[in-house]
Design a protein around this ligand. Sequence first.
Ligand SMILES: Cc1ncc(COP(=O)(O)O)c(C=O)c1O
Length: 449
Amino acid sequence: MKPEIKVKPGSEGSKAKYWMEEHDKYITKTTHMPEILPLVIERAEDVWIYDVDGNKYLDFTSGIAVCSLGYPTHPEIKKAIIEQLEKLAHAASNDFYHPYQVEFAKKIISVVPGNMPRKVFFSNSGTEANEAAIKLVRYATGRKFLLAFYGAFHGRTMGSLALTASKAIHHKGTFPWMPGVIHVPYPNPYRNPWHIDGYENPGELINRVLEFIEDYVFDKLILPDEVAAFVIEPIQGEGGYVVPPLGFFQELKKLLDKYGILIIDDEIQMGLGRTGKMFSIEHFNVVPEVLTMAKYIGGGAIPVGVTVFRADLEFKEYGVHSNTFGANALGCVAGIKAIEIIKGLLPHVVKLEKVFRDELLPLRDKVEKVGDVRGLGLAWGVEFVVDKKSKKPDVGTRDKVIRRAFEKGLVLLPCGKSAIRLIPPLIISEEAAKVGLSIFKEAVLESTT
Ligand SMILES: Cc1ncc(COP(=O)(O)O)c(C=O)c1O
């Protein structure tokens, strides 16, 4: 079971080239990377993607953390969706009641950390799940300000965009966004404003970030009793797949509790098994008041967003927040099944974590241009630099690795400034994972020597 490249991907005269040109005529620019990833997908099955020219690729992207259970979706989810389609799909679920959303909400609440009473709001995407969270915490606390981290990605609509701070291009030409967001440095062990080696000195890094919040935000900018919530990705995704020191969030929670500031935990990319636990915040033993999900929670087939929160925070009257498509019945049955299947997959993810660790970590010692390798579960980031001493990001090498891997039949996506994320579907077999890792390593070595 190996990738099979029959036609040079995206080559002159290929079908891929035709569809890319047609795409550009009719569809606006978003985040495609035609130079390094000219992939035109015809179909996908399990962990394999087939392009319009008949090439077969191994997927290490999970459709950006959506197809965690493989393509086009897990057989049990497919069955549940088809059965549901015979009964009910769209139901204006915020105006009429139906049992499927109640069952889905109960299932979500049963796996979210903490034993407090919880309630759920359903939407259709990550950014909407975060927008609902923003409205909820402002409404519930009467406070207006929000804290977020540099390097964070929380979405691209005007509220979530204000929280996002992973790439300046995301903001280009679109100001003003929602006011009231203050950013603070994230405890990135490899790259932080204080040049602390956070792997060697995690405690020092944690203290610097907490001091920054106290001394530069709460003392000089905004009193803490005006801050509604801190929006976090426990492990940053788009910002580079960065794992902070494991003691950090407990310390942060203590500080926030002192001032009655809530945590909105964005698990949209790192939740539901991706890091080997149901939610990435569980690595830190912290219970957030609000937690958001999207991507994988529709079983890779239906767009679903979820905002789950401490029940007492809820909107107290009808009409404050709602939408048209939230709690689509197909999404509800897909989500229930996805949670059940992922519960059973967690030991497999933990087992494969070791394979990834053993294969990837040596690259950091062996290759001058590999600055950092970090990850948990099946969420790994490899960061490329000009050299280890300067740590200057090497975007060119990163792009070369993605392109070369693609030509060998492995699909990868970038993250951060000069990193690559390796995030195969959670159902990947050990054998296929090793095939992908070996192609990745070949691509790295060929692009850096
Ligand atoms: C952590 C995180 N939050 C929010 C979003 C936004 O989700 P969506 O693209 O579904 O709006 C993303 C998307 O990548 C994400 O990774």
